[in-house]
Ligand binder design. Structure first.
Ligand code: BDR
Ligand code: CA
Length: 311
């Protein structure tokens, strides 16, 4: 199985990414690191453990990472995720422990221990933990197999400002470090996640699995980003983070292009914007595969089938 570390700020859509990974025998989840983002770190680490409990995977080591961006004050997104970060389903307090080690140290230690080129990092929130690890231990860059991150937007613009997507906007300095690291990168932006809509039929199919886990999952989808229906005029809101895991499992469901991606960090108007050279109008280094298209029916078939494998 392919080894991955999930770095995350749950978040209902992060929860789907974690569940999809835990349900997939193709992937070996070495650990899950919490970062501050959608809600503060004190909640994201608890939420990860609640999700692992729900999946009956208390064997997964969970670590708390950075509690704020590298250089800026933390901005959270309770208006999207609710006060807990996981509104939409009531989950009991976690029973499994939080590891003592700091999440950044876990990332560094794991990459130094495992064979080079075997561990993939899956960041689903602000890139603070990943960039801090790369800064503190530059030797790990050449050992990372790939980073597959949810963040940014080109054709769809931003979702927290007109120019910026939330994960990049919260810690643009961290995103700059990751994009300049030389590590092979795949980016799953709003351009693709806005095509993955939580329609009533798709939610009903998940609920029909009939397990407590499926009921919680359906509850999250009924809460999460429903306001986007009115905004976009669609049936259902976008589902972002599980596309990172689905890309690992089924890259054939996705289409993208290797191109240069840079981050705006200075302009007040555009801070956190992903500047993507989709048309190759510069000679800047092609540092990331930018995903643009998805077979959304294929994605939901995969997600629903895997959620049904939890008993
Ligand atoms: C991203 O921001 C968060 O609200 C979601 O969990 C996702 O990672 C979408 O912009
Ligand atoms: Ca997230």
């Amino acid at each position: 199985a392919d080894k991955i570390i999930i770095d995350t700020d749950p978040g209902q859509d992060d929860a789907f990414a974690i569940l999809l990974a835990l349900a997939s025998p193709e992937l070996d989840v070495l650990g899950i690191t919490a970062v501050a983002g959608n809600v503060p770190l004190s909640l994201t680490e608890v939420n990860i453990r609640k999700i692992c409990d729900l999946a009956k995977r208390t064997d997964i080591p969970v670590f708390a990472g950075c509690d704020r961006p590298m250089q800026r004050a933390l901005h959270t997104a309770e208006h999207v995720h609710g006060a807990t970060g996981l509104d939409g389903a009531e989950l009991p307090d976690p029973t499994m422990p939080l590891q003592n080690q700091h999440g950044v140290d876990f990332i560094i230690e794991t990459l130094r221990r495992e064979a080079p080129g075997t561990v993939t990092l899956c960041p689903l929130g602000p890139l603070t933990n990943i960039a801090t690890a790369l800064t503190r231990a530059p030797d790990i860059a050449s050992r990372i197999r790939r980073i597959v991150a949810m963040g940014g937007g080109l054709f769809e613009g931003g979702n927290i400002t007109p120019a910026a997507e939330f994960n990049i906007w919260v810690d643009p300095e961290a995103a700059t470090i990751v994009l300049g690291s030389g590590v092979p990168l795949t980016i799953v932006p709003l351009d693709v996640t806005h095509k993955v809509l939580t329609t009533r039929d798709r939610i009903a199919a998940i609920r029909a699995i009939g397990t407590p886990l499926a009921e919680a999952a359906a509850g999250w989808l009924e809460f999460f980003e429903r306001f986007d229906e009115a905004k976009y005029g669609t049936d259902g809101g976008p589902l972002h983070d599980p596309n990172v895991i689905a890309w690992l499992l089924r890259p054939d469901l996705y289409q993208g292009r290797l191109c240069n991606v840079e981050i705006e960090t200075e302009s007040e108007l555009c801070v956190g914007m992903t500047v993507v050279d989709w048309w190759g109008v510069t000679s800047r280094e092609k540092n990331a595969t930018w995903i643009r298209d998805v077979d959304a029916d294929g994605f939901f078939a995969l997600l629903t089938e895997r959620l049904a494998s939890f008993r």
